[in-house]
Design a protein. Structure first.
Length: 381
């Protein structure tokens, strides 16, 4: 039997990937106060261009979409220019760059939004957690429940953001429908109490994600649009009693759109942390998605090379995304290929503000060359 290597090419939507390694989307909070990516962002992604696919950090689709400080956006001309700086640096590397489109919904506070703007959500239910603001942690606010026509305006914001992402030189966009943010808030019964066309039945709760995907597909082409989901995770308090039925319905509604890919997060992680496994056993998210998704499947969450190649060879996934290991190992594909050690994970600088803990990690080759030079220098003393 021929085995599928992580280093074999793949076809995703309209694009050829040079290998089956994706860099998972990771918020790193290196945007200016105007939410433009700082120049160091281009260097960060260029350092990681060994990946077949890079999915950007979550990027705000509109001024009211943000939940955290210094997360960049994609709605102003300055932001498009900033992202063009990133995609210019990636040109010629052969890596594909999808921008993750993010609206946090209720997981926010007015301190993270323009003056006078309130967080919004399908229903007026607070997230029940603290959010980081520039003034320190604050309890997430009670959100404004979107009016029916306001929901359509948000759908249009996604489509406009997708257009602007392509204008900035991205190869495509990924809709962030995972981890309890706005699309997941519509999807789940704990966060959606609506009785209009956007709530009530599972089908109507799934509609927001489907309409966003459809609008983005119409704006930039279905083969340039992916969707990210975290089934069964209940992250940020978005959950339903019958999760399999919810995701079964959602995938059935998304499948006919002919999207570039579905990206799922396993139960091994909750957001950015490893999760304590449930003794009663975990749902197999990747297997669940594979059975119900006719197209390309990207799997993320707790992968190393052995587990990734196992899932590729078992036909469970087509591409595997790595998150935390990409923070400290810009040359992750080379390290995986050669079995070189990985740098220890260090959370301290995950969320900003500058180059420290961001672009100052070296490749293994550079580290060992420096170590060898230091040894020679010490020996000749
Ligand atoms: C610092 C950090 C920021 C993250 N930000 C995002 C994000 O913006 N969007 C998203 O979908 N997932 C985000 N995640 C989750 C990762 O994409 C990924 O699912 C998670 O780290 C599990 O993969 P891993 O085990 O390979 O790290 C983030 C994770 C980390 C560590």
């Amino acid at each position: 039997m021929t085995s599928i290597s992580l280093f074999a090419p793949a076809r995703v939507g309209a694009l050829d990937l040079k290998n089956r390694i994706a860099m998972a989307p990771m918020t790193r909070s290196r945007g200016t106060d105007e939410r433009v990516p700082k120049p160091v962002v281009a260097q960060y992604y260029a350092q990681r261009s060994g990946a077949g696919l890079i999915v950007s950090e979550g990027v705000g689709i509109s001024p009211g979409s943000f939940g955290f400080p210094n997360v960049p956006g994609i709605f102003s001309d300055a932001q498009v220019q900033g992202w063009r700086g990133v995609t210019d640096c990636l040109r010629g590397t052969g890596t594909r760059f999808f921008m993750q489109l993010w609206h946090v919904g209720r997981v926010s506070h007015p301190d993270n939004l323009p003056p006078g703007v309130q967080p919004c959500a399908p229903s007026a239910l607070a997230a029940g957690r603290d959010v980081v603001t520039r003034n320190g942690p604050r309890p997430a606010s009670l959100p404004h429940a979107l009016e029916t026509d306001e929901v359509w305006a948000v759908v249009r914001d996604y489509a406009q953001a997708a257009r602007r992402a392509i204008e900035a030189g991205c190869d495509g966009v990924e809709i962030h429908a995972a981890n309890g943010y706005l699309p997941a808030q519509f999807l789940h019964e704990s966060t959606n109490l609506r009785t209009d066309e956007w709530g009530g039945s599972i089908e109507k709760r799934a509609r927001f994600t489907v309409e966003v995907a459809r609008a983005c597909a119409q704006a930039v082409g279905p083969d340039r649009v992916g969707v990210r989901l975290s089934p069964f995770s209940a992250f940020n308090g978005a959950s339903s009693a019958d999760e399999p039925a919810v995701y079964e319905q959602l995938l059935a509604q998304l499948a006919p759109l002919g999207l570039a890919y579905l990206h799922v997060v396993t139960m091994e992680v909750a957001g950015h942390m490893t999760r304590q496994a449930d003794a009663a056993g975990e749902p197999d998210v990747v297997g669940f998605a594979r059975q119900r998704w006719p197209g390309v499947l990207i799997a993320a969450g707790g992968y190393d090379r052995a587990k990734a190649e196992h899932d590729l060879n078992a036909g469970r996934a087509d591409v595997v995304a790595f998150g935390r290991d990409y923070v400290g190992n810009p040359d992750l594909p080379e390290r995986l290929a050669h079995g070189w050690p990985l740098v220890e994970r260090r959370m301290a600088d995950w969320y900003g503000p500058d180059a420290k803990g961001y672009t100052d990690y070296r490749s293994y080759a550079a580290t060992s060359a420096t170590d060898a030079a230091t040894e020679v220098a010490q020996e000749s003393k």
